[in-house]
Design a binder for this molecule. Structure first.
Ligand code: GRG
Length: 317
């Protein structure tokens, strides 16, 4: 039986995702308080906490923490064991979004339909909030030892997260993105290779870390962790291909033109390099590849991961 034929129905999956998102949002909300035992926080700290909460709780899709929780359950762990690590991955993601939107980076004034962090809190507080989110991510994950996870596994999880942030992950991807805008390529193949490498670092490595960390927390074997990692790499890349496609088609509609915002700004995107139709085909191929990496797991338990990949390829926002 082909794995894809057993993906759960859309509505079943959406309510499954909504339930997961609800528990993730609750845990995230609890992780950054505005007062301590009913005593308000020291004013300067309160402002940073507000800025941290602003981006962390402003309605992201929660794809990374969901992947983390599902990976934990797939290898036989409890959702609650991976919750602090799942929240940590979302904190890293939020920290990177705050930096990405700053005037010295992408200079964006809107994210998720509301003003960006620095537009509300100012650049200085945003930078502090981003750093504080990173440090909270590490602190939270380390505290997983209190949930019965061995210190060896917790350290491994922190190592994965550190790798996903630095020059093997987000930072490398962002640096490549910044440099790419000034770059000229000999041919389309070179351009595509650069684009792929940039997105592997900018997006796929953190998605990969989310799954790996979930499997580590859930007590997965090295082989299970590796299989989930390969699945997540395909999903992460596919996520970015679809992001580019959506960006392209959305901005074309908004502008009433054939070229999207990224085409106009000269930013490197999949639709720009290979065309929208080929980019969609590429995303579908990555989805098939992702599914193949799940062969060998219990067929009932992989359903959420198959559906998550399907959701990403079909998503509209
Ligand atoms: C030191 C944390 C840190 C980062 C430094 C700024 C930077 C390097 C990296 C930025 C990386 C970045 C913004 C990648 C974009 C990845 C991406 C696809 C974002 C959109 O993700 P979604 O669609 O967003 O999951 P939501 O809003 O649903 O959470």
């Amino acid at each position: 039986r082909r794995l894809s034929s057993i993906a759960s129905s859309d509505s079943e999956f959406i309510s499954y995702m909504n339930n997961k998102a609800k528990s993730i949002n609750k845990a995230l909300d609890n992780s950054i308080p505005l007062c301590n035992n009913s005593v308000p926080l020291w004013e300067p700290v309160l402002e940073v906490h507000k800025a941290m909460r602003y981006t962390l709780l402003s309605g992201g899709k929660r794809v990374r923490p969901m992947l983390c929780l599902v990976a934990c359950e797939l290898v036989g762990g409890q959702e609650s064991t991976a919750m602090p690590a799942a929240c940590a991955v979302e904190m890293i993601h939020a920290a990177s979004l705050i930096l990405d939107d700053l005037p010295c980076m992408d200079d964006d004034s809107l994210r998720r339909g509301i003003p960006t962090n620095h537009k509300v809190f100012g650049e200085k507080t945003s930078i502090l909030a981003s750093n504080a989110l990173m440090s909270l991510a590490v602190k939270q994950t380390l505290a997983s030892t209190s949930l019965g996870v061995t210190s060896e596994r917790v350290l491994r999880a922190v190592q994965e997260m550190a790798r996903a942030v630095g020059t093997e992950g987000l930072v490398a991807g962002q640096a490549a993105d910044l440099a790419g805008e000034r770059m000229s390529f000999k041919n389309e193949d070179d351009e595509l290779r650069y684009l792929e490498l940039m997105h592997v670092h900018k997006t796929a490595v953190l998605v990969e870390a989310a799954a790996v960390v979930g499997a580590i927390m859930g007590g997965g074997s090295d082989e299970e962790i590796e299989r989930l990692k390969s699945y997540a790499r395909c999903v992460g890349l596919m996520f970015q291909v679809m992001d580019d496609v959506l960006d392209e088609t959305k901005s074309s509609e908004e502008l009433g033109k054939t070229a999207g915002k990224d085409l106009i700004t000269g930013k490197l995107t999949y639709p720009k390099v290979m065309g929208v139709d080929n980019a969609r085909e590429y995303a579908k191929r990555l989805n098939r590849e992702a599914q193949e990496h799940l062969q060998g797991f219990d067929s009932d338990k992989v359903v959420p991961l198959l559906s998550l990949a399907d959701y990403i390829v079909k998503r509209q926002n």
